[in-house]
Design a protein around this ligand. Structure first.
Ligand code: NDP
Length: 250
């Protein structure tokens, strides 16, 4: 039986760990040719051993030249691109009063500008034959909570998703986002916090997540497979919330 993404070329930024690795694995299992980018060569090597024959490239997505080179190399190596997953990102900062303007700018660089650049490069390639761009945002791009630096950048990514979705659909390029809630995986922040204070984290789950548990990377990856699929052909510029009800708890 043929697989859903047989022969499709999928690039996942930050695909060596956590959610990105889960997404890369899901597309690979569905027959796609998958490329992953990350800063750590060792991390990429370990991910490749776990997933299978994926294309890897060391790339700091906050550096423009590295983005261009990595993207071009992927397109040359695989012969094109059908799906881009802008997953790389991360949280930093503190209370607004204690956060410098440089930290605000850095959060935009890490979570937003680089994703815009990757999206523009992907659109340039995809406009001839169509494709899908999937941005990994966060429920904190939609709701208060977390850190302002991160929230602003993820909110900007949701806004970009709407604008690019509407501009690029005429070229057959669908742009959508996923806003995950708290996702537990071995190398992530939640795991660290559980190890530090398991009882506090149990209370956190009880008080904040109606589903009664953290989400897992497979649950985000399934949303990504859906957004890239034919079944989602009428979804344009939208953000799917994948959070077990967390953002509607209060
Ligand atoms: P992790 O920190 O576990 O993994 C991040 C991945 O991105 C790694 O592969 C990392 O590899 C790579 N990465 C980070 N910075 C860069 C960079 N500058 N250049 C290239 N690669 C980079 O994060 P998660 O899997 O938890 O999160 C993934 C995405 O999902 C992020 O955008 C995050 O904001 C979002 N998200 C996560 C949630 C969660 O609960 N985990 C909830 C909501 C959203 P390396 O360090 O080697 O570069």
């Amino acid at each position: 039986m043929s697989k859903a993404f047989e022969g499709k070329k999928v690039l996942v930024t930050g695909g060596s760990k956590g959610i990105g690795k889960g997404i890369a694995k899901a597309f690979y299992s569905e027959g796609a040719e998958v490329g992953i980018l990350a800063r750590s060569e060792e991390g990429l090597k370990a991910a490749k051993e776990e997933i299978g024959n994926v294309w890897t490239c060391v790339c700091d997505v906050t550096v423009g030249k590295e983005r261009e080179t990595a993207f071009q190399n992927f397109v040359e190596a695989s012969g094109g691109i059908d799906v881009l997953v802008n997953n790389a990102g991360g949280s930093s900062g503190s209370k607004i009063a204690d956060t410098s303007m440089e930290e605000f700018a850095q959060a935009m660089e890490t979570n937003y500008f680089q994703a815009v650049h990757f999206s523009k490069m992907a659109h340039e390639q995809m406009k001839e034959h169509g494709g899908a761009v999937i941005n990994i945002t966060s429920i904190f791009g939609k709701e208060a909570g977390g850190k302002a630096t991160y929230n602003n950048a993820k909110a900007a990514l949701i806004s970009f998703t709407k604008a690019a979705g509407n501009e690029w659909i005429k070229d057959g390029v669908r742009v959508n986002s996923i806003a995950p809630g708290s996702i537990l995986h071995p190398t992530g922040n939640w795991q660290k916090r559980i190890e530090e204070d398991p009882e506090a984290m149990e209370r956190f789950v009880d008080e904040n997540i109606p589903a009664g548990r953290f989400g897992n990377v497979e649950e985000v990856a399934d949303a990504a497979l859906f957004l890239a699929s034919h079944e989602a052909r009428w979804l344009v510029g939208t953000t799917l919330t994948a959070d077990g009800g967390q953002s509607r708890m209060n």
